[in-house]
Design a protein around this ligand. Sequence first.
Ligand code: NAP
Length: 245
Amino acid sequence: MLEYQATENLLKNKTILVTGAGDGIGRAASLAFAAHGATVILLGKTVKKLEAVYDEIEQAGGPQPAIIPLDLKGATEQNYIDMAETIEQQFGHLDGLLHNASLLGVLGPFEHISMSSVEEVMKVNVIAEIMLTKALLPVLKKAPLASLVFTSSGVGRQGRAFWGEYAMSKFATEGMMQSIAHEFQDSNLRTNSINPGATRTSMRANAYPAENPQTLKTPAEIMPTYLYLMGDDSKDINGQQLNAQ
Ligand code: NAP
């Protein structure tokens, strides 16, 4: 899928929600989905960043996006239920959901893990994903073909020293993906995970401050796998762990 070439109208008439849409990989995915015809619902914490992505999509002539300002750290189950109702009223159904927003947390020895940091990472990377998915399943089920994509990591597939907090959250994400994929295997909903691989974003720079970012792929360069998973060419792919690099 690394070489997948998306047709221009791959996502025409599809509505796709992206979390963490204002920066990094989520921003690139939102721009790529819109460039291939999707109406993108931009969810994120920093409104200014979401507005900048909104403007970029409009300037490129893409379908008018929507913005949902939401801090996943503080959001309640009711917030997600209300959001799902609004999406259903406005769009009728949802064709795609990309869980992308995440926190890195603190890297360090397991013996030094701070419970407040673990709780924050689990809230944003896991609990928010559960609540958002649960609330949006009814609108995803209404789509002719729906794609649910979770974002993993290399350490979501093989744990690593000093990456405990983040790794545990990504293993939970993979477990959620597999459980949902199995549960909905004979339905219109497919569920998969994607490991972006080392990508030039601020999260990566925080994890590897001494690394030269120019040696890394940009978010825009890893989009073929994201487009593949959101488009109908992947309709028979379910429960798989994909790599974007
Ligand atoms: P990033 O540049 O740090 O972007 C993260 C996005 O998540 C930002 O838009 C951020 O919004 C949003 N976000 C963070 N906390 C949030 C909250 N509480 N509520 C709402 N939105 C929140 O990270 P990235 O590198 O693009 O990472 C994207 C995904 O890929 C993550 O799941 C990450 O774990 C995964 N990943 C990345 C790499 C890599 O090398 N970059 C490798 C493996 C996996 P604000 O900007 O408003 O804070």
